[in-house]
Design a protein around this ligand. Structure first.
Ligand code: ZN
Ligand code: ZN
Length: 394
């Protein structure tokens, strides 16, 4: 079959996909609470006659589309959750839930996934393999993907590849980012507890001040990236929370720092974690305090399979000649799709979605976030075309 056909067929569904996205946008649901969204998705997948499993990781939906032969199998993943943000877009389809908003574009992802299912289903008699549609809950910091892996999303059948995407408001519609190798950073939660000795603020010599030590630690941590790391490598160390003391005239006994570390894993991660621990411990000790450092891994990095990414780059250039294909887009944000990509070769694509001329260019997680909906049918066609090509083994 001529895969470019999907572009025409997807454009014909433009009105429907926009309406679907706006419906999800009006009814945003936080992670693991996507009951309405999952219900709409499951109804649509059942309506197409797919093999549907619901309640995976609370609200996840898995739908299997079987083609003319069983293998290979491709997993397509779309996330469904919203964020605890009060919407300020003023859009006609604005959120109807106070304090909850689709500010990352997952409403679009869910609508795109449903459209991809429709497109591929209508050609199922020619489909050269199996598609496993995964509608995932709780991507925003809650690791819904990890829960789905624990509950068997990668089994029965085991996918040969994974494909996933994010609408990307940092770039305009017409831009697509496919990066071979590391594409999004892994994320760790950092906690440093500094213990000194409390006392009267007017008698600092009788106390050991953990606030001063915390301040020094924060400053010294800035040297990890600037002085220890190879300048051609990437990492982030951000201290984002500082808590100490309850009174203006008391030197507290403890100070607590929290933050995050982002790296692409490997030696850089080892180095950054080692230096953070050494610096926090050493500086605190120099100030007469003690530091306890806890680092908890939240998500591994998203690493695209190089061969797969290269294949998709050339496919996209062939099918969409007017599209800008960026082969170097890398984000220090994290993405729990990494859990599904750890053992299965996969590719995670960024799909430019902003349109500054229409004022649709606020960044992700901003109360004004919105994207240009013309991207929706294009992204659906892109996923359908990519999946088809991978099944064919083109
Ligand atoms: Zn997000
Ligand atoms: Zn997102």
């Amino acid at each position: 079959m001529n895969i470019s056909q999907f572009i025409t067929e997807s454009e014909a569904l433009a009105e429907e996909i926009v309406a679907q996205r706006r419906d999800f946008h009006r009814h945003p649901e936080l992670g693991f609470q996507e009951h309405r969204t999952a219900g709409v998705v499951a109804d649509a997948m059942n309506g197409l006659g797919l093999k549907v499993r619901t309640g995976v990781a609370e609200t996840g939906v898995i739908a299997l589309l079987e083609g003319k032969r069983p293998n290979p199998t491709i997993l397509l993943r779309f996330d469904m959750d919203a964020l605890p943000i009060q919407e300020e877009t003023g859009a006609s389809y604005t959120s109807t839930v106070d304090g909850v908003m689709h500010a990352c574009g997952h409403d679009g992802h869910t609508a795109i996934g449903m459209t991809v299912a429709k497109l591929l289903h209508s050609h199922r008699q020619d489909l050269p393999g199996t598609i496993k549609f995964v509608f995932q809950p709780a991507e925003e910091g809650l690791n819904g993907a990890e829960r789905m892996v624990e509950e068997g999303v990668l089994l029965d059948p085991v996918p040969d590849y994974t494909l996933s995407m994010h609408l990307w408001n940092d770039k305009p519609v017409g831009w697509i980012g496919i990066t071979p190798g590391p594409a999004m950073a892994g994320s760790e939660r950092l906690e440093i507890e500094i213990t000194g000795r409390g006392g009267h603020a007017a008698s600092p010599h009788q106390a050991v001040d953990p606030v001063l030590a915390a301040a020094q630690v924060i400053c010294a941590l800035q040297s990890v990236v600037s002085r220890n790391l190879d300048p051609c490598q990437a990492a982030v160390v951000s201290v984002t929370q500082v808590r100490a003391g309850d009174a203006f005239n008391v030197i507290p006994s403890k100070a607590l720092l929290k933050g995050t570390i982002r790296t692409f894993g490997g030696e850089v991660r080892d180095l950054v974690l080692q230096r953070v621990k050494e610096i926090a411990g050493g500086v605190a000790q120099a100030m007469g305090c003690e530091a306890q450092v806890k680092v908890e891994r939240l998500t591994p990095p998203v690493v695209n399979n190089r061969a797969l990414a290269t294949k998709l780059q050339s496919l996209v250039k062939r099918v969409y000649p007017e599209t800008t294909v960026d082969t170097e887009e890398v984000a220090m944000g994290s993405e729990d799709m990494a859990f599904m990509m750890e053992d299965i070769p996969g590719c995670y694509m960024f799909v430019g979605s902003s349109n500054p001329a229409k004022g649709l260019d606020a960044s992700h997680h901003n109360p004004h976030f919105d994207f240009d909906e013309v991207v929706l049918p294009r992204a659906a066609a892109l996923m359908a075309v990519s999946a088809w090509m991978l099944l064919e083994g083109d």
